[in-house]
Design a protein around this ligand. Structure first.
Ligand code: PLP
Length: 424
């Protein structure tokens, strides 16, 4: 099999050396083929070193102490915020709020903006593509406020029905919340167009960017949205940290999400006065070292260049589609490779998604199986479960070959069993 030609400007083999975990061998000398990046990515040495260095030389609580260690820790934490600001082209630093992840960011918007602005009979527009993190917080909001959720349908090949979106938008639509990239189908949503139309209808636009920010350049001003949430662990950073970006005038007007230390200017027995943004939304001790680690991950991604990462993943996805279509009875869900990100979810006739994942694991190939926290989408697809391979900057065409070879073995093992059962 002819290998996909990797561009010399994007040297995957050199990048792989930065990731110690990629050299581990799951079983008996079988190399690890890590294709579960949509769930969580791995960390390069540069991020791990930054975490260790912070604990060894700079760690203390932030924003509180007047001692030098606390100042050092605070400087690094705030530097990480500046890195995030530049990474997503946020107009103002205080618009960058550190959270524990995408889930917390979306809950923050639903609770804080939602409770203050959504009333009975108002409508929240979601798509059939969403992850549970971009469904349940809105369902909870709808329950609290008596609002109604409307669903933008998708086509059979997993693209958003934009005409149906237009038809669903109306003066009662208060929120439009969409995933920039589906974590199951890899479908890219036309966020800019959605934002323009939603704003014309007077709605606020929220983007679940968990699967887009790690893989392609993001400019919140160009997107023209109001809130955007993502997670550190899906972009080479630590788990336990994420970001919700929001337009300053909206964040300023919103009540705090959680109460506690740090988020106040003053507390008396009678009440409290919240601090300014972003502190108002960062109650308690924040994820200090994870945020600093996220800053290091951003440095790494910027050095590699997100445009190159995106191109590399496009080539891998195209190649994976080509090679996987060689397997009879294998069905890939979602649109054509050029319309999607580096995520390939599939089923094989007669083999359960979990069995496929288990057999692949024997060959050292790590994928995910199940509903991928998108049960309404699986219902729409008519599948209870799919197996998902998802790529990142360190994956290679040889790993796609390993996946396809292992799938071939899994398939023949199962058809062998079926033949034996039928003849037995
Ligand atoms: N949204 C999407 C599209 C995701 O893929 C995920 C994670 O898989 C999330 C939200 C939730 O992210 P986290 O678990 O980091 O909060």
């Amino acid at each position: 099999m002819v290998s996909l030609s990797e561009k010399t400007s994007f040297d995957v083999e050199a990048l792989r050396k930065d990731f110690p975990i990629l050299a581990t061998q799951p079983h008996d000398g079988v190399p690890l083929v890590y294709l579960d990046n949509a769930a969580s990515t791995q960390r390069p040495r540069q991020v791990i070193d930054k975490i260790v260095e912070t604990y060894e030389k700079h760690y203390a609580n932030v924003h509180r102490g007047i001692h030098w260690l606390s100042e050092s820790s605070t400087d690094l934490y705030e530097e990480a915020r500046r890195k995030v600001q530049a990474f997503i082209a946020a107009p103002r630093l205080e618009e960058v709020v550190f959270t524990r992840g995408t889930t917390e960011g979306l809950n923050l918007v639903a609770r804080s903006w939602g409770d203050a602005n959504v009333s009975a009979g108002d409508e929240i527009l979601l798509t059939e593509l969403e992850h549970h993190s971009n469904i349940v917080p809105w369902q909870q909001l709808a329950e609290r406020r008596g609002a109604v959720i409307r669903w933008v349908p998708i086509s059979d090949d997993g693209r958003l029905e934009i005409d149906a979106f237009d038809a669903l938008l109306n003066e009662r639509t208060k929120i439009v919340s969409v995933a920039a990239v589906s974590n199951v189908l890899g479908t890219r949503c036309p966020v800019e167009a959605i934002a323009r139309r939603a704003h014309d209808a007077g709605a606020v636009v929220v983007v679940d960017a968990a699967q887009s920010v790690p893989h392609e350049p993001t400019d919140v001003q160009k997107l023209g949205v109001d809130f955007l949430a993502f997670s550190g662990h899906k972009m080479l950073g630590p788990s336990g940290v994420g970001v919700v970006w929001g337009r300053a005038e909206l964040l300023d007007a919103m009540p705090p999400f959680m109460g506690g230390g740090s988020m106040i200017r003053r507390v008396t027995k009678d009440g409290f006065e919240p601090a300014d943004i972003p502190t108002k939304f960062e109650a308690g001790t924040p994820p200090i070292v994870p945020a600093i680690g996220l800053g290091a991950a951003i440095d790494y991604l910027q050095q590699v260049g997100l445009a190159g990462v995106h191109e590399h993943e496009q080539r891998l996805t195209q190649y994976a589609h080509e090679r996987m279509s060689e397997i009879e009875g294998l069905h890939i869900y979602g649109p054509a490779p050029q319309l999607k990100a580096g995520i390939v979810s599939f089923t094989i006739d007669g083999v359960h998604a979990h069995d496929i994942a288990q057999l692949l694991d024997r060959d050292g190939v790590a994928v995910r199986a199940g509903h991928h926290c998108a049960m309404p989408l699986h219902e729409r697809l008519g599948a209870t479960a799919t197996t998902r391979a998802s790529f990142y900057l360190y994956n290679t065409s040889a790993e796609v070959d390993a996946l396809v070879d292992s799938l071939g073995r899994a398939k023949s093992m199962f058809s062998g069993r079926h033949r034996r059962r039928r003849s037995g």
